[in-house]
Design a protein around this ligand. Structure first.
Ligand code: NAP
Length: 282
């Protein structure tokens, strides 16, 4: 049995659908069962209600589980609780979705990921890390501003990003979760097919929407203030602004072929992502 956490989220929901469609035994951990993903292609999904903050619910979800696909907002105490529950129940492999984690990163969520990874390493269970570049789905956060003002504020300068569609992270995770053996102890670096800048994003959005979309450049400090004013929690705005500043300095300008090597499919690019989500920007 494969347990997928964060199964109503971007990566988890798609991974559940893909696993069910290939008739793999899959259990979706959700807080709200009415929002649980369904299996396509006649596949079934077992749904279990649980909460990272309630360890007893995690223990109940781990029954007969061999492999955990660990996706969450990456709050260290919560993921550590899932890992500890998996250890208690003899889970054999954990596939962890992560980012460019580092214990000395200026970005607090990357330090948090490093703390979780260290715990995973120490717990002794075989595991695989999926270290992704920025998700194309982050662009959806710009949609309200674009539909209101035909442009977006951004502090990433001319930094290039190997943006990846979260559905391709899910597809890669599903392949590994279904047959994890050869991936034990490995870290895969997941990216889309191209390095794109926010100038490219504005250009592609303009083409997709049929009107000009302006990239309004700002500094990370001003961007942080604008995000807070728009209602983004201060800690999230701080991390976002730090991450965009790093992008401007080249931190996200990396590409790999790991998605295609593992899934056999070329990952989706910016244009196909926008084609699938154009309505959100209108
Ligand atoms: N965004 C990026 O650019 C990027 C890049 C690289 C790596 N990552 C990594 O991707 C991961 C996030 O994946 P995602 O974007 O697929 O997540 P997401 O869409 O934000 O979904 C989060 C999931 O976690 C669930 N959840 C939240 N709190 C919970 C709780 N207390 N108990 C049980 N479930 C809970 C949510 O359930 P509800 O629906 O009930 O809220 C939802 O299913 C993180 O590890 C992040 O570091 C992101």
């Amino acid at each position: 049995m494969i347990l997928v956490t964060g199964a109503t989220g971007k990566v988890g929901s798609e991974a559940v659908r893909l696993l069910a469609a290939q008739h793999a035994p899959v259990r979706a951990l959700v807080r709200d069962p009415s929002r649980a993903p369904r299996g396509g292609n006649g596949g079934t999904v077992e749904v279990v209600t649980g909460d990272f903050d309630r360890p007893a619910t995690l223990d109940a979800a781990m029954r007969d589980v061999d492999t955990v696909l660990l996706v969450s907002p990456a709050v260290p105490a919560q993921e550590i609780a899932v890992i500890d529950s998996a250890v208690r129940h003899g889970v054999r492999h954990i596939v962890k979705v992560t980012s460019k984690a580092s214990a000395d990163s200026p970005v607090d969520r990357r330090r948090g990921q490093a703390q979780i990874e260290a715990h995973l390493q120490a717990c002794g269970v075989a595991h695989t890390l999926l270290r992704s570049n920025a998700y194309l789905q982050n662009l959806l956060a710009l949609a309200p501003m674009i539909s209101r003002s035909q442009g977006f504020l951004m502090s990433a300068g001319d930094g290039r990003v190997g943006m990846i569609d979260a559905r391709d992270v899910a597809a890669t995770a599903a392949v590994i979760a279904a047959a994890p053996g050869e991936h034990a102890g490995r870290t895969h670096w997941l990216t889309g097919p191209d390095l794109v800048t926010y100038t490219d994003v504005a250009h592609e959005l303009s083409a997709a929407l049929g009107h000009p979309v302006e990239y309004r450049r700002t500094t990370p400090d001003r961007h942080r203030a604008a995000m807070v004013q728009a209602g983004v929690p201060e800690a999230v705005a701080t991390s976002n602004a730090q991450a965009f500043g790093l992008i401007a300095d080249g931190d996200a300008a990396w590409l790999t072929s790991d998605v295609e090597t593992i899934t056999g499919q070329r990952p989706r690019d910016l244009r196909s992502f926008l084609a699938d989500h154009v309505a959100a920007f209108q």
